[in-house]
Design a protein around this ligand. Sequence first.
Ligand SMILES: Nc1nc2c(c(=O)[nH]1)N[C@H]1C(S)=C(S)[C@@H](COP(=O)(O)O)O[C@H]1N2
Ligand SMILES: [Mo]
Length: 361
Amino acid sequence: MWGKRSDMIIHDADPFNAEPPPQALAAEAITPVDVFYSRNHGTIPDIGAQDWQLSVGGRVARPHVFTLDEIRQRFARATVIATMQCAGNRRAGLIAVRSIPGEDPWGSGAVSTAEWCGVRLADILDDVGAEDADGLHVAFDGPDVSYLANPPQNYGSSIDIVKARSPEVLLAWSMNGQPLPRVHGGPVRVVVPGYIGARSVKWVTAITVGDAPTDNYFQASAYRIVAPDIDPETIAPGDGISLSTLALNSDILSHRDGDQVPAGALTLVGYAQAADGRRVARVDVSTDDGITWGQADINLPAGRWAWCRWTYTVQCHPGRLAVAVRAFDDTAATQPESAAALWNPKGYLNNSWARITLNVT
Ligand SMILES: Nc1nc2c(c(=O)[nH]1)N[C@H]1C(S)=C(S)[C@@H](COP(=O)(O)O)O[C@H]1N2
Ligand SMILES: [Mo]
């Protein structure tokens, strides 16, 4: 489906929602396109590169409608290696604490890394003479209509003007050196490194500078952290805490909970990603459920916005091996221990310690 590997875990066929098995993510620093997770809220549009248009307006001096040719010709090309992560990544860990009706049980695979190429959003904003006052927001609209929204509406989202003008934020038309595939937002999508995937609007057709976040359902009602005692059916626009930056996170990709492994040398592989462009300073692995810890080997990330991969080898004996992983960033911040401490009614941003139990035989 959609050019993906046949072993993808399909949560829904339409809207298409699928994640790779974690072992497939473990293999490479840059995720192959056929492995990259995909998250959609409506039917995937079919827009030809020649037909695509982007209208930029709102608080700008010279509103303008761009074609892809114009964007390619007039602006400098920019490339960023960035890890995209859905706010619902690792939701299954929250569901294990308490059920989350109506939301897909994403496992470890709603996170992937690509080399994105296009132009800087900042250059487009400069070109149209966007206002630059504090507190402005830049809204993105996609053409895909979501019947999961209340009321049904096109997919949209917004980010603050400071992030929008940061050099890592792109309008991308290529992914890993190929034209951006339709399922990932081709011909052109927004890529907002460091923010939840929901802000990286696909098939973007309108950009609007305004003095408040967009009132689109996916900004005003979804992708917000709501208190554990609130019934999500009763959430009104503006309730809860709006999500932007991802949290420091890490996970085990090479093995899954309950896997059987032979006694002897065991090598675990995973990733860690720091929040907001910070660095991963250390990754700790425990094989006694968090009592003692050893340090994993960490590979230099492919860039400031990319995950950092780690490996850890341990000699193991027959029995039960309770593995836990936690990362530290360069401010010494670390991950919360328990998923229960993070449980929220929509199941977002689980960045608790990664934990699996292996059966060593
Ligand atoms: N137009 C549009 N953009 C969208 C979405 C969508 O449903 N429609 N889903 C968002 C979410 S929640 C995520 S996590 C990422 C997923 O991007 P991918 O499918 O390329 O992995 O796209 C975001 N952009
Ligand atoms: Mo997402």
